[in-house]
Write a protein that binds this ligand. Structure first.
Ligand code: AHG
Ligand code: MN
Ligand code: MN
Length: 334
């Protein structure tokens, strides 16, 4: 028998502190949690249920979709479309927005998500995740458009990620700190295991895909070069390096023990500002990181202040331990 706080209990208690809260948001979160439990189960079964292949299709960004990208996208939609809290959804795996079908009532929120982050890792049994962000619908709920989603990250009502790792965890913020929950499969509930998560201000650990080094801009070249120089270099400390290729896993590590994660602007593909997508990767993760006391920037601008101009827009991402992110920002100004 568990004796911890369940996530349901936690969000209902949080709702009690918000004057005039209707329970809509709490109920929306419950549907998101259900989707995450279903995805956790599917990802965990893996090859046993024959879902590990390629879907032989491409998403709007020209990336080959895995079967699991398509399946997890469908799970998120089915779990969240019926209850009447949402006006529309948008996802990495859909070219355009998904207005709530006419047979269901429409509500005041927008949901944006990356149903399976790090999906190149599923075949090799390395951690993957789900990232989501909740916004308020700006326009008329009977005619939602992509324009309604063009809100800077500061407008997010809530953001979270699920990490399907050695255990399944859900990490959430609604602007009052960050809390982490672990799925207890025996009872099918997330239990509060990591209250008030905070990121240490300093770190000796960086994460970047070094195979892109020749394409990086000068400030990032400088930062990594100095880190690699170690104790006898200008930073006067030895660094450690990690690269999982699942942003969720990297951000989770940073929340647990500090670090800096960079997917910076590079010249590999001059049509792209970066690799990661603003609305469903950079913004929710930046909200969480800032709420945990960390920082998140493009190198030139706070990510949460970036005004979006496209559903699948990409941005450079530099996030994690505050002092280290500030160092990289200062190199962009030098
Ligand atoms: P997705 O699987 O949702 O497309 O995202 C993968 C992202 C991110 O999670 C990760 O940090 C990065 O891509 C890895 O990129 P590289 O393969 O270029 O290292
Ligand atoms: Mn992703
Ligand atoms: Mn994805």
């Amino acid at each position: 028998m568990h004796n911890g706080t369940t996530i349901t209990q936690f969000i209902i208690e949080e709702q009690r502190h918000i004057q005039g809260a209707s329970g809509d948001f709490t109920s929306l979160l419950n549907d998101i949690i259900t989707a995450i439990k279903v995805i956790s189960n599917v990802v965990n079964k893996g090859a046993l249920i024959g879902v590990m292949g390629s879907a032989e299709s491409e998403n709007v960004q020209g990336e080959t979709q895995k079967e699991l990208d398509v399946i997890t996208n469908e799970i998120f939609i089915k779990s969240n479309e019926w209850a009447g809290h949402l006006c529309a959804m948008a996802s990495e795996e859909m070219d355009d927005i998904y207005p709530i079908p006419a047979q269901y009532p429409r509500g005041k929120y927008l949901l944006v998500f990356d149903p399976l982050d790090g999906s190149s890792n599923v075949d090799v049994n390395i951690s993957v995740g789900t990232i989501f962000s909740v916004l308020r619908c700006q326009g008329e709920s009977d005619a939602p458009s992509a324009q309604d989603f063009m809100q800077p990250g500061t407008q997010q009502v809530c953001a979270g990620y699920a990490l399907y790792g050695s255990s399944t965890m859900l990490v959430l913020t609604s602007g009052h700190g960050v809390n982490g929950f672990t799925l207890d499969r025996d009872i099918g509930e997330f239990i509060l295991t990591h209250p008030n998560m905070t990121i240490p201000e300093d770190t000796k650990e960086f994460a970047i895909n070094a195979s892109n080094q020749r394409f990086w801009e000068k400030p990032v070249q400088r930062y990594v070069e100095e880190a690699l120089a170690g104790k006898t270099g200008p930073r006067a400390k030895d660094f450690n390096m990690r690269w999982v290729a699942s942003m969720v896993a990297e951000v989770h590590r940073i929340l647990m023990r500090g670090g800096i994660f960079m997917y910076p602007k590079d010249t590999k593909d001059p049509t792209r500002a970066g690799k990661l997508r603003l609305l469903y990767e950079a913004n929710p993760m930046s909200f969480i990181v800032e709420q945990a006391g960390g920082a998140s920037s493009t190198g030139r601008e706070r990510i949460l202040d970036v005004q979006p101009d496209g559903l699948h827009q990409r941005v450079p991402v530099i996030l994690g331990s505050r002092n280290e992110v500030e160092t990289v920002i200062s190199y962009h100004k030098a």
